[in-house]
Design a protein around this ligand. Structure first.
Ligand code: CA
Length: 114
């Protein structure tokens, strides 16, 4: 009787092990429309974009959501901000008086902050 019980447990464990785990992984790119912005001059635009490129590599704002039922099911979703999100954040940070126009001074202050 005890041997039969052990065999049943072994079969159950083997069955679960062979069935494996259902895993689903996905990456969602969060993107939005770019805000409209003007530049006072080419120098202001160049400085802004140089700073934007510099800080784009530094940003680590990915988020990961994992839902799992051990052994049976695992779902992992990673959310990555798209380039327009980074652009809009940079415009918001750079355009200090919020008039929709980035001056050379604003671009220089923004560049010095990063
Ligand atoms: Ca401005």
């Amino acid at each position: 009787m005890k041997r039969l019980k052990l065999e049943l447990i072994a079969i159950a464990v083997l069955g679960v092990a062979l069935a494996g785990c259902i895993t689903h992984k996905s990456v969602v790119y969060q993107n939005v429309e770019r805000v409209k912005v003007e530049f006072e001059s080419d120098a202001a635009a160049r400085l802004f974009y140089e700073t934007l490129n510099k800080i784009s590599g530094d940003r680590h704002s990915e988020s990961t959501t994992t839902i799992s039922i051990p052994i049976i099911f695992e779902n992992e979703q990673k959310t990555v901000p798209g380039p327009n999100v980074r652009f809009n954040d940079a415009v918001a940070a750079c355009d200090s008086n919020k008039d929709g126009k980035i001056t050379e001074l604003e671009a220089r202050v923004f560049a010095n902050q990063h």
